[in-house]
Design a protein around this ligand. Sequence first.
Ligand code: IMP
Length: 192
Amino acid sequence: MKLFVATHNQHKVREISQILPDFEVVPDDPEGVEENAPDFIGNAFVKVRAIAAGHPGEWCMADDSGLEVRALGGEPGVRSARYAGEPASTPNNNALLLRNLEGVEDRTANFTCAVALVDPGGREHSAVGRCFGRIALAPSGAEGFGYDPLFIPDGFDRSFAELSAEEKNAISHRGRALAAARKIVMAGADGQ
Ligand code: IMP
């Protein structure tokens, strides 16, 4: 079954394809949309609505995710990609996060991923996944992307960037949100 996904991020397409191997993931760039909602699910709906009009009768999906750090009041949150300002820079974002947590004892954090879906009949659905952990004192690992070298998931002593794709997908915010999204799509597909 085809699943149109509102993204131009090849890394994301690969992760979604790994987590949803029974779907043909077709990326569609939601060009020019302003991701200015105050929360992840709002931004996911902005993106999926932008592509759904172009794919009537098909399943469409968008996700929006980010890192929330307790001691920083939930920051970087929806600003995760551009935490250190424009243009978006992973090294700058990670350096700023470490700077803002200098001397901070409570390093509790979680990733959140919100998924918005539009079904072939135009109805909207949503799913959310979270992964809890802590921010390391220094980066480690070379896998993944974004804040992965700084995030140590609960139950592990390695960062996301030191886990294999399979290990990360099994516990990640995106893995959990997409597993829930998969159930919604499968249930909908059965009912049509
Ligand atoms: P997006 O909404 O999924 O594009 O994510 C926004 C930003 O959140 C990314 O640019 C990353 O900085 C951060 N982020 C989201 N998911 C992850 C992840 O799995 N690992 C590391 N960083 C992530």
